[in-house]
Ligand binder design. Structure first.
Ligand SMILES: [Zn+2]
Length: 667
């Protein structure tokens, strides 16, 4: 990868000086490259920028070496994905993504292209010689029910268990061999050789979807990677007109509504609360806004009756009344939030063009596999009970999975890697929190409802408290999509690490601009950052992109200052001045801590810093560029032998930030 030695100046809002922030090697935010607007913005406009951008990054490649692959339009933004090609065949992951605004001004580019010419494989070992041969061979494989690939879709179908509405028989899962499509694609091997392969699209029915496969020409079968989409799914449905439909259900935690009268099996005791929901058909529990797939546990045999009828009728059947009511409550809660979230993304935020087809929603009480999930290959959100009935009526689950469905639509190509997947989880928590926070009693936990009904759950992530800091090199340690990574200062959970500062910035903007305008501004800044973002972006790049978008959407620079502070507090943005270590030795008598501060600026910028431990007298020092200096700070009272965490308060210019530090007492 080419190293770009460019430094970009970022203005500190509210201060008079400019602060250099470390520029990453692959992503940059130019202000001086633009194109001529054509009838619309697309490949032609992007192509006209290639010579300037390639010169800027010092590329060994020419504009003609790039093929136009995909375009994502955001809100006032256009993201054009170009790939390196060889003999008109794209080379996977060799991307140059250009982001242009409506004035044809380039505001971001992401250059992730090798700086050597890979050799072409002689093809002596290839078992598959052409795309036609790959497609024909795949048809033979899917005709055999014993092939691993054929069994994999059967496994999907078993989890979803789709039922025929008419007779409740289980629908047989199948591949549509006649509709297989594909195209050749190169991959660069570790020894810098171009290996030819084939990207294949395999449509499925029951569940309907598109499995995307990679077939290395040197292997005898394709790899069953359902998450290798190199083409975007085609749009299935247009949005139907909405009309209101009255329904009843529990829109918030029953414990809050019922207070001390709350019992765990509340639906047996208390009548539902009236709410109203927009549904497309007249008085029927059915929506085409979200396409429901029938599951064994939630069959739709009652869709032609009103909720009140269903609720009252279930009382006459004493044995299963509680179960029926629980299912109804689950269905309505999930439908409500699924509609609300997608409606907000499409109509309020302006991403309707990315949502012509809606994610499908499947509710299951007995699905194997435990957690709720979003399956991009089928565009399905499956909500399962996850060992707790309340999981099915906790809107946090639907909203989190819905966040994934929004995230994949923002990407240029839906390929992924572990870091991008971890960012996707953080985004999904942020997306859910934007809705959950509208309940004034929300306690900041993603699975608040589940926790209330069933105690602590695995998804019990706290999104309102700053608990986790990014650390350098974190990306290399991420290997799974959920959970924690052990860093130098203990475990970091990467979902709240990203979601918490984004939510905090949203709440800051809401304080400034009010609920509607503040939230919309925050969501535009965040969603526009992810729109067209390379899946190979790092957290620091993501954070810089957030600042740039904050500036684009709020020229007053107030939003930028908010994001800078929140991201810095979680260490997602580097500080110019910071302690040398997150661990400090403190004496007990007198209560003092020695902290060494470093000014990372290698240019010539001296910095005046005010620093203090909680509720202690502050110290004020000036550090020259590259200077390192120890200072002694008054400490809070410590107990002998007990290590404790504290927030060091930093004031540089007018910006206050915090830095988590552990104090180890010594005699
Ligand atoms: Zn998730």
């Amino acid at each position: 990868m080419l190293k770009l030695n460019m430094s970009v100046l970022f203005l500190f809002a509210g201060s008079v000086h400019a602060m250099p922030v470390q520029e990453t090697d692959a992503m940059a935010f130019p202000k001086d490259i633009s194109c001529n607007i054509g009838s619309s913005i697309g490949e032609t406009e992007g192509r006209s920028l290639l010579p300037d951008v390639l010169a800027r990054v010092g590329s060994i490649w020419q504009p003609g070496d790039f093929q136009f692959i995909a375009q994502v339009d955001g809100v006032g933004s256009h993201h054009l994905v170009f790939n390196l090609h060889h003999n008109n065949i794209p080379v996977e992951k060799q991307e140059l993504i250009l982001s242009i605004d409506n004035n044809c001004q380039l505001f971001r580019y992401q250059y992730r292209v090798v700086d050597y010419k890979p050799k072409e494989d002689a093809g002596n070992n290839s078992k598959i010689k052409s795309i036609d041969e790959a497609i024909t061979s795949l048809k033979t494989i899917v005709a055999n029910p014993d092939e691993p690939l054929t069994r994999s879709i059967q496994a999907q179908a078993n989890r979803l268990r789709l039922l025929n509405k008419a007779d409740h028989s289980q629908l047989p899962a199948s591949y549509v061999a006649d509709e297989i499509t594909g195209s050749p694609l190169y991959r660069i091997s570790s020894n810098k050789v171009l290996i030819l392969g084939y990207q294949l699209n395999l449509p499925s029915r029951n569940p309907d979807g598109l499995l995307e496969l990679w077939w290395n020409s040197q292997r005898s079968s394709p790899s069953a990677l359902p998450r290798f989409p190199y083409a975007k799914r085609s749009d299935k449905q247009s949005i139907p007109a909405l009309s209101p439909w009255q329904w009843q259900g529990y829109g918030q935690h029953p414990q809050r509504t019922l207070g001390t009268d709350y019992v765990v099996n509340f639906w047996e005791v208390w009548p539902p609360i009236s709410q109203s929901l927009s549904i497309n058909t007249a008085d029927k529990l059915q929506t085409a806004n979200l396409v429901f797939l029938d599951s064994l546990d939630f069959s739709w045999d009652f869709e032609d009756r009103t909720f009140a009828e269903l609720w009252n009728n279930s009382d006459s059947d004493a044995d299963s009344a509680a179960e029926k009511k629980r299912k109804l409550t689950s269905i309505l809660t999930n439908v409500a939030y699924a509609d609300k979230g997608i409606g907000y993304a499409a109509n309020t935020l302006g991403y309707g063009h990315l949502l012509p087809s809606k994610p499908n929603l499947v509710l299951s009480t007995t699905a194997s596999g435990g957690s709720s999930i979003y399956k991009p290959a089928f565009d399905i959100i499956q909500i399962v009970d996850n060992s707790c009935n309340a999981s099915l009526y906790d809107p946090g689950a639907t909203l989190h999975e819905q966040g994934h469905s929004v995230f994949v639509r923002l990407l240029g190509l839906s390929r992924s890697n572990p870091v991008n997947t971890a960012m996707n989880e953080g985004f999904a928590d942020y997306w859910a929190a934007g809705f959950l926070r509208q309940d004034p009693k929300w306690n900041g936990s993603l699975s608040d409802f589940r926790s209330g009904a069933c105690g602590k759950t695995s998804a019990d992530r706290q999104l309102r408290t700053q608990l986790y800091d990014y650390f350098d090199g974190m990306e290399a340690k991420i290997s799974s999509s959920h959970g924690g990574i052990t860093g130098p200062e203990g475990k970091v959970f990467f979902e709240p690490m990203l979601a918490q500062p984004l939510l905090a910035a949203m709440e800051d903007l809401i304080k400034l601009h009010g609920e509607e305008k503040g939230r919309k501004l925050a969501d535009h800044i965040v969603l526009e950052t992810f729109a067209g973002l390379s899946v190979d972006a790092s957290y620091r790049e993501l954070s810089l992109a957030l600042l740039v978008n904050a500036r684009r959407f709020d020229p007053s620079l107030k939003a930028e200052a908010i994001y800078r502070l929140r991201l810095t507090n979680s260490n997602l943005l580097p500080r110019q001045v910071e302690p040398e270590s997150r661990v400090a030795i403190a004496t007990i008598m007198p209560a003092e801590t020695s902290v060494t501060l470093v000014n990372h600026d290698s240019a010539n910028k001296a910095e005046r810093v005010t620093v203090a431990l909680p509720n202690q007298v502050e110290q004020n020092i000036e550090l020259a560029a590259s200077e390192k200096r120890a200072l002694t700070l008054p400490s809070p009272q410590l107990t002998c032998g007990e290590v404790s965490s504290h927030r060091l308060r930093f004031v540089i210019g007018k910006t206050i930030s915090w830095y988590k530090i552990r104090l180890i007492p010594s005699h």
